[in-house]
Design a protein around this ligand. Structure first.
Ligand SMILES: [Zn+2]
Ligand SMILES: [Zn+2]
Length: 284
């Protein structure tokens, strides 16, 4: 697996590209603006070009943009739904300008409405966003912790969404902390490998584009979405060792979205994964 981190773009996207290079990352995730507001500062053309060049020189692949959290493609309220797919379209355009491969988005919440309604609503929102954005970055749907009507807690729901988006540039991102929160007990080497088997059966690994490697302090099925440092939570070394050494996932990016509570946090988490990957390579 290609290892990367979600890095801050405070101070411009170039800062993230520079830091990625400094850390020796192989892939990268950023926000293309502010994650918790609708209003987004304009992305300057020169900044986008500089980022694009630097990311290319650093060999970062994939480079992805995580969509802001306010976007809800499953919203029942028409105005919010429309605002959501238009905001997603603008993220796709930004990602394209930055030379990024894709935008990662959570499918959204259907509230108390039926599953079928929710799946179609999200798929239609995604279609409209891709249509409005035109050719460029792909759209990758991330699995969620579930709960609150959030789609994509069950991996089968991601498959159903991708079926509806067949023919469009779409794929799935699997977040380990979300999967665990949604009830997939991947707290061990064999359990994590079993998840990969299951993904292949339910979704097809061809449609899985990237991983989010996060640990968590909350038990399986808790529906709680809070990320912990790798190896310090309940998922443990086995889970991450299984994923970073699985040959079926070797070409995929694995991005950490772990806390940045100390200056060394990113470096420590990265070193943790590199050690597991090296150990796996030595055994093979
Ligand atoms: Zn996410
Ligand atoms: Zn995630």
């Amino acid at each position: 697996m290609r290892l990367g981190i979600h890095l801050s773009v405070a101070g411009g996207p170039m800062r993230a590209a520079r830091e990625a290079r400094f850390l020796g990352l192989e892939c990268l995730q950023i926000f293309a603006g502010t994650p918790r507001t609708w209003k987004q500062k304009p992305l300057l053309k020169a900044d986008a070009l500089a980022f694009r060049r630097a990311a290319g020189e650093a060999g970062l692949s994939p480079v992805v943009v995580h969509a802001p959290y306010l976007i809800n493609l499953g919203a029942g309220d028409h105005a919010l739904w429309r605002r959501s797919y238009l905001a997603l379209a603008s993220q796709l355009k930004r990602a394209t300008a930055l030379g990024a491969d894709a935008v990662v988005v959570h499918p959204g919440s259907r509230g108390k409405r039926e599953l079928e309604w929710g799946l179609e609503r999200v798929a239609e929102g995604a279609r409209r966003a891709l249509d409005a954005a035109g050719q460029g970055a792909a759209l990758w749907l991330e699995n969620t912790a579930g709960g609150g009507g959030h789609l994509g807690g069950e991996l089968g729901q991601l498959a159903m969404l991708l079926d509806r988006l067949e023919g469009l540039p779409c794929g799935a991102v699997i977040d380990t902390a979300h999967a665990f929160a949604a009830g997939y007990a991947i707290d061990g080497f064999d359990q994590a490998r079993a998840l990969v088997d299951r993904l292949d059966a339910e979704l097809s690994l061809k449609r899985v584009k990237m991983w989010h490697l996060n640990d968590t302090d909350f038990p399986a099925g808790s529906l709680r979405d809070r990320h912990a440092h790798l190896g310090k939570g309940l998922l443990g070394e086995g889970c991450f060792a299984a994923l970073v050494t699985d040959q079926r996932l070797a070409h995929m990016g694995g991005v950490m979205e772990t806390p940045k509570d100390t200056r060394w946090a990113d470096r420590r988490n990265l070193a943790f994964l590199r050690r597991l990957r090296r150990r796996g390579a030595a055994k093979a």
